[in-house]
Ligand binder design. Sequence first.
Ligand code: SAH
Length: 210
Amino acid sequence: MTSQRTRERLVRRLAEQGIQDERVLDVMRRTPRHLFLDEAMAHRAYEDTALPIGFQQTLSQPYIVARMTELLLEQGLRSRVLEIGTGSGYQTAVLAQLVDEVWSVERIKPLLDKARARLRQLKLRNVRFSHADGGLGWEEAAPFDGILSTAAPESIPEDLLLQLAPGGCLVIPVGASLQNLQVITRTSEGYETRLVEAVRFVPLRSGTVK
Ligand code: SAH
């Protein structure tokens, strides 16, 4: 169930669905998604579907993890990346293997603690975590050359735009019930927005949960 062969099959399916970046596919081939789920759910880890992680939150569907990562890396490697919505830590682990430094923010403390332990277990040490409202970004660590949000705001928080370095991009689902995955790039003149595809994410909520 959790074998390399099952993971190979998942990666083949991602490629069939249009994921082209070999670096992303390689990392997903290597990363044990079952370790990011509670035992009762682990047998479903290599299905291409979102899965519950408690607190009414979900581990994103592998296709979406791959797609967002591919979009983030599209215009070259990113060295400092901010992730909003650590959740299980799976997307964090994928990012940590592709960029120099990941800064990951989660508002629900028990989820953050579990994710931190999982990354430690996998010896991924280039990640810093914060229990905070990621809608405000991570001001002390800004600017970032990539920001990826795995929770959807109804409109894009201005702090995130301000914390992008020139040339940096923000990959984020935006909207209430109908959401669109957007890539916003900071240019010398301002910001350029590209709409990618319809998606469904949990909402970005303000405040924190102990
Ligand atoms: N990348 C995660 C997805 C988790 S779902 C994974 O694959 O496991 C989105 C996460 O965003 C949830 O854990 C939720 O608690 C968190 N979240 C929602 N609003 C947030 C906010 N304002 N700041 C930080 N995290 C937030």
